[in-house]
Each structure stands twice: as C-alpha cells, then as structure tokens.
Design a protein around this ligand. Structure first.
Ligand code: ATP
Ligand code: MG
Length: 411
C-alpha cells in the first residue's frame, strides 16, 4: 500500500529535528508573550470560502473538501488564520486580557507536489487581534526573525509591502487590470482568468511570461490612501529602530484575499523556487467578514518543512546505550534494567543474534553513544566491554564500577 502523493511520513530518524524546531519555536513564541491555541483540522467549507476568499488559488483548486455523512460540506484546513479567527469569535476571546496567539500544526492543500511543496504540510503561525498600532506589525516581524535566528537559519531577506485597504485598493486594482489587459496575450491561462476576478494575484504568478509583464506593472505605493501610507511608514520606522533590515518590494502580494496594509515575506535563495519560509501581514477586515465585531488583526505563518530543510544536519543520537548482546540474554537484560533504573537513559537491547562485527555496524547506523558488549566471557567475569562511539575508545569494566561510572556521567 502506498502513501498518498504529496504526503510524507516523519520517521524516527527525523523526529529529533522536528522536536527541536517545535521546542525552539514554542520557547521564542512564549517569550514574546504569545499563547498557544489549537483549532480543529476540519471546519465548515464556508469558513474558508469566506475567510480565504472565493477567487484565491486555495479555494478555487487546492482544498480537500467533501461531504460528511450528514451531507455537510467540510474542508481540511488549508491555512490557520480562518480557524483561529473563528475560534476567537466563537469563544468570545475578546474578553481575555491577552490577544496574541500561536499555533503549530498540519495544513492541507491539493497542490502539485515538489520539493518544499506538499499536500499535507505543517505551519507555525501567530495571530494578534485588536491592535491597530504599527508597532505590532514590527513586533511580529521581529518575532519571526528571532525565531529563525534561534533555529540558526541564515541568509534570509525580509521583503515588505503596503497592499492598501478597501478604500484605496479598488482604484489600484482598476489600474492593474488596465495594464494587464494591454499585455493579455503574454499572460498564462490562469492569469487570463485572474484578470477579471483578482488581478492582484497576477503579481504573484510563478510563470516566467507573467513575471516579465508584472515587472512594469503599476505600483500600489502610487495609489495608497494617506491612512495606509502613514501606517506603512510607521511600520518601517519601527523596523528600523529594531535594526531589522528589509527590502521594499512594491509587487509583493499574498495568495489570500484577507490581507490589508502591511504584508511581508521572509525568503531564502537556498530552496529554489519554494524560497518563502514565512509570510504574513495585516487583515483588518477578516474578523468582521467572518461575523465578529470589526477588529484589526495581523499574523504570519512559517512552513515547517522548509524550516527543517534549512536547519543544520547535526547527526542526532537516537540511543545512549546499545547492548550488543552476543549470547547471554539474562545477563544483558539484567544490565539493561539496572542501567534504566540508575540513569533513565535510552537503552536498546539487541536480541537478534549476529556476529560482534555486524552488531557494531548496526550500532553505528542506529546512532548510539555507547555500545555495551556482553558475551559469555563478560558474564563469567561479571564485567562489560564498553565502546565509546564518540571517542572510539574501548575498555573493560567490572560491572559494578561501570554502573557507578555511568550514574556519575549523567549527573
Ligand atoms: P507559495 O507562494 O509558496 O505557494 P503561499 O503564499 O501559498 O506560498 P502561505 O499560505 O502564506 O503560502 O503559507 C505560509 C508558508 O507556509 C509559506 O511561506 C510556506 O513556507 C509554507 N507553505 C505553503 N504552502 C505549502 C506547501 N504546499 N507545502 C509546504 N509548505 C507550504
Ligand atoms: Mg501557495
């Protein structure tokens, strides 16, 4: 039986890296005062149609949508924001004194699988509600950047843009539409459709022809209203005072409809076409759109698989002791149970009878700190032969001395 296309098992060999990612992310998020929220993987389809936007790629073609047994249309969440906003409204979280949340979890999009692009993937994201102040825009970029630094991911650039609001964007969209209509013959089929429905999305198209045309497209900066301009200028000032370097990209847009004013991406050149590791921005209209009181909002999400790809490959040890049990099961078990009781470490007892040589090979492949060799000889002498895999040294010890040493080692 094969796994679904675009889905991936995370195996024990990789899990340490995931734990490390989650731990560092959680610590950073908590230290910035963000609180975790967990929402369901499955929601009513309407939530995403309304929240993400009918004309987006996600809603048009990427959602896992089906009828449940009572004929209700449900969808596996393609992103985290809509669910968190729903939970905020449903649970009256506006009554809580804090408004900064984060989530870590799986998302589902029916996309063409490629390196860094899966159908089930994971995101670490944050959402903040009720804060207009441009300082919060700078705070989430600062938080994102700090998290990436703590993960020791380098060579990143931060791109920012102002994408306006309901008041100024329609005028800009009209100008974009006029511009792209003049170059319609050079656009891909998708973008020809986007031209009427959602011309902003053409700026985000990965097709070469579309990219070339987009290079000379009108810029939102020439159309933004004073309110959006002021907000954006203030965010830039705050970023500068935090010593955060950024590049203004007047063509940066997001794939979801709900963004307003400030948007940003953090990008690497190390992952080929899938170079965006984090993306986010402000969504001042979304909460009202989903039935709540008019409340400003802002957030970002980072793709875990892309972060994992960029994290250093340090070979993690999976075990502390591998008991190379050559023949004496009872003696090996006795040593293992004493070691577990005394040290609380990860101990793997071998029961597949093989030669010492092949056991040593296996121990090396498994990734263990020590190999404890136990055979007839050792049993008779009440001793153990211990190989330290880190220093490649090997010594024989009386069992009691060995156990005493090991207890001290981990103190
Ligand atoms: P892209 O332009 O790469 O499709 P997006 O605009 O659809 O990204 P967002 O919805 O903003 O991405 O999601 C935030 C982050 O989640 C992305 O920057 C990326 O790191 C990650 N991500 C998005 N889709 C996928 C996917 N299919 N597989 C793996 N990671 C993904
Ligand atoms: Mg996408």
């Amino acid at each position: 039986m094969e796994i679904l296309r675009g889905f991936k098992d995370i195996l024990p060999t990789d899990i340490k890296k995931w734990h490390k990612l989650e731990e560092i992310a959680r610590n950073t998020l908590e230290s910035f005062g963000y609180k975790e929220i967990r929402t369901p993987l499955l929601e009513k389809t309407r939530l995403f149609a309304r929240g993400v936007g009918e004309d987006t790629d996600i809603v048009e073609k990427e959602m896992y949508t089906f009828l449940d047994k009572s004929n209700e249309s449900v969808t596996l969440r393609p992103e985290g924001t809509a669910g968190v906003v729903r939970a905020y409204i449903d649970n009256h979280l506006e009554n809580l004194p804090y408004k900064k949340y984060y989530y870590i979890g799986a998302m589902f999009r029916y996309e063409r699988p490629q390196k860094g692009r899966l159908r089930q993937f994971h995101q670490i994201g944050v959402e903040v509600f009720g804060i207009d102040n441009p300082s919060i825009d700078a705070e989430i970029v600062h938080l994102d950047k700090t998290m990436l630094e703590k993960l020791k991911i380098g060579d990143l650039r931060i791109e920012i843009n102002n994408i306006g609001c309901d008041r100024c964007r329609p005028e800009y969209i009209k100008k974009l539409q006029e511009y792209f209509t003049q170059h319609k013959d050079k656009l891909c089929e998708d973008c020809k459709r986007r031209l009427n429905k959602n011309p902003l999305r053409i700026l985000d198209c990965k097709n070469k022809g579309c990219k070339t045309v987009a290079k000379d497209a009108p810029k939102i900066t020439d159309y933004a209203c004073d309110n959006c301009k002021n907000h954006f200028n203030n965010v830039k000032k705050k970023l500068q005072s935090l010593n955060i370097e950024f590049i203004e990209n007047p063509y940066l847009v997001r794939g979801l409809d709900y963004y307003t004013k400030f948007v940003f991406e953090i990008i690497t050149d190390k992952l080929g076409a899938q170079g965006t590791v984090s993306a986010g921005g402000r969504y001042d209209g979304l909460i009202e759109q989903l039935g709540g009181k008019a409340t400003p909002g802002i957030g970002f999400a980072s793709g875990c698989e892309r972060l994992i790809e960029l994290m250093d490959e340090e070979k993690e040890l999976l075990f502390d002791y591998y008991i190379a049990n050559l023949s004496e099961d009872d003696y090996a078990l006795d040593i293992a149970s004493k070691l577990i009781n005394l040290t609380n470490k990860r101990i793997y007892v071998e029961y597949e009878k093989r030669s010492l040589k092949s056991m040593m090979k296996k121990a090396d492949r498994m990734g263990t700190r020590f190999v404890v060799i136990v055979g007839e000889n050792e049993k008779n002498k009440n001793s153990v032969l211990v190989k330290d895999m880190k220093n490649s040294t090997q010594n024989e010890y009386d069992l009691k001395i060995f156990l005493d040493n090991e207890v001290k080692r981990w103190l």
